[in-house]
Design a protein around this ligand. Structure first.
Ligand code: ADP
Ligand code: MG
Length: 368
């Protein structure tokens, strides 16, 4: 049995025509780090708020250890919560802020002191116990919020974009910090973000949200390597796409299929889960799976497609090339493709405007 189970949960805000959460079914396993990932407005916060007890579902059931909790008030759900804006009490010291949930729970003075010290040690803020929030950096304030969420040893910690107000370097530090805490404490965490790289770094599993529904759920690498549709493929990492129709190939290896583009070119890729042959197919391939060559060579296997370089961006250890696919007839439906190449494998003498050939293996492309 999952620690938490959403069963057919929907949320309809009064006065809104679209549902915020649409018949959600989701299990959160004890001890896991689960991330709710999705674009703004996809229902992540609403799902978390219903779990925390700050919103009531319009329909469905949420179970904690198998027991429905819709009628249980937030403070009795034994969940720690951290929001984007840390919302520390400005007039209380760090220690008093962290002690607050224990006060509400009427713990003894000595028990409170022990627990506060221990929680501050966990987030490495013990020396700051007597400071006021305004004397701390943004990252330190967020760690106080984390200590406050952990201090009563909840079974589940809910974090809603807790790092989005921090700058990039601090955010990356805090990602590792939260990961470490998760590992050391063994507490279950449900984490919301719209940042796919953050989701990739932190999670045991990721649930990709879109329009109040989960498109796909699984370990991050699985979603990256085997997205179930173009939305997930495009949301986790960059993806190059081109549209076409299926070109039935009697000799295509098992699990693969062909796509015929409007310019007559045929490409081959892996057949995605639900993809059936038809007139509107999309091939997706990631920038790091493309190789760039100056001439069309004889290829025994694999795909190649002509393009023209429209930009060359040097990014330290790798280059990002932007290329427009060759399309004399103008019927091709594709945006510019990007290619990510390590500095060592950039062909000499690349210039903007130059014709190139992009190559990729069928096993690195998906056809949806
Ligand atoms: P996310 O966290 O993924 O950005 P939200 O759960 O905040 O998404 O929002 C989902 C949908 O519900 C959006 O259309 C949003 O406008 C709407 N919504 C969220 N909170 C409220 C609210 N308190 N009242 C009315 N509509 C809301
Ligand atoms: Mg949100």
């Amino acid at each position: 049995m999952s620690l938490i189970q959403f069963e057919n949960v929907s949320k309809h805000y009064a006065g809104k025509t679209v549902v915020a959460v649409d018949n959600l079914n989701l299990g959160i396993e004890a001890g896991e780090f689960l991330t709710l990932l999705g674009p703004s407005g996809s229902g992540k916060t609403t799902s978390l708020m219903m779990l925390a007890g700050f919103e009531r579902p319009s329909a469905g059931t949420i179970r904690f250890d198998g027991v429905p909790i819709e009628t249980l008030p937030a403070h009795r759900r034994n969940m720690g919560v951290v929001f984007q804006s840390h919302a520390l009490f400005p007039h209380l010291t760090v220690a008093e802020n962290v002690a607050f949930p224990l006060k509400v729970r009427r713990l003894s003075r000595s028990e409170t002191a022990t627990r506060v010290t221990s929680a501050l040690e966990k987030v490495r803020l013990a020396p700051f116990a007597e400071r006021m929030p305004h004397q701390l950096s943004g990252g330190q304030q967020q760690r106080v919020a984390l200590a406050r969420a952990l201090v009563f040893e909840p079974r589940l910690v809910l974090l809603d974009e807790p790092l989005s107000a921090l700058d990039k370097k601090l955010r990356e530090e805090m990602q590792l910090e939260i990961r470490r805490l998760h590992r050391e404490l063994g507490v279950t965490m449900a984490f919301v973000t719209h940042d796919q790289s953050e989701a990739m770094v932190m999670s045991d599993r990721v649930a990709v949200f879109n329009h109040g529904r989960i498109e796909q759920i699984g370990p991050p690498q699985q979603l990256y390597d085997a997205p179930c549709n173009t939305f997930v493929a495009g949301f986790l990492g960059d993806n190059n796409k081109v549209e076409g129709k299926s070109g039935p190939d009697p000799v295509a290896p098992a699990g693969q299929m062909e796509i015929r583009l409007a310019n007559g070119l045929t490409l081959r890729g892996r057949r995605a889960g639900h993809s059936t042959n038809g007139p509107s197919q999309v091939l997706c391939v990631r920038p790091e799976c493309l190789k760039v060559a100056l001439d069309a060579g004889q290829l025994e296997t694999g795909n190649q497609i002509g393009a023209r370089l429209v930009d060359i961006i040097q990014q330290g250890d790798h280059w990002r090339l932007v290329a427009a696919l060759s399309d004399e007839d103008g019927g091709l439906r594709a945006e510019n493709w990007t290619v990510k190449v390590n500095v060592g494998s950039v062909p000499a003498g690349l210039t903007v405007g130059q014709p190139v050939v992009l190559r990729f293996r069928p096993e690195d492309a998906w056809i949806f």
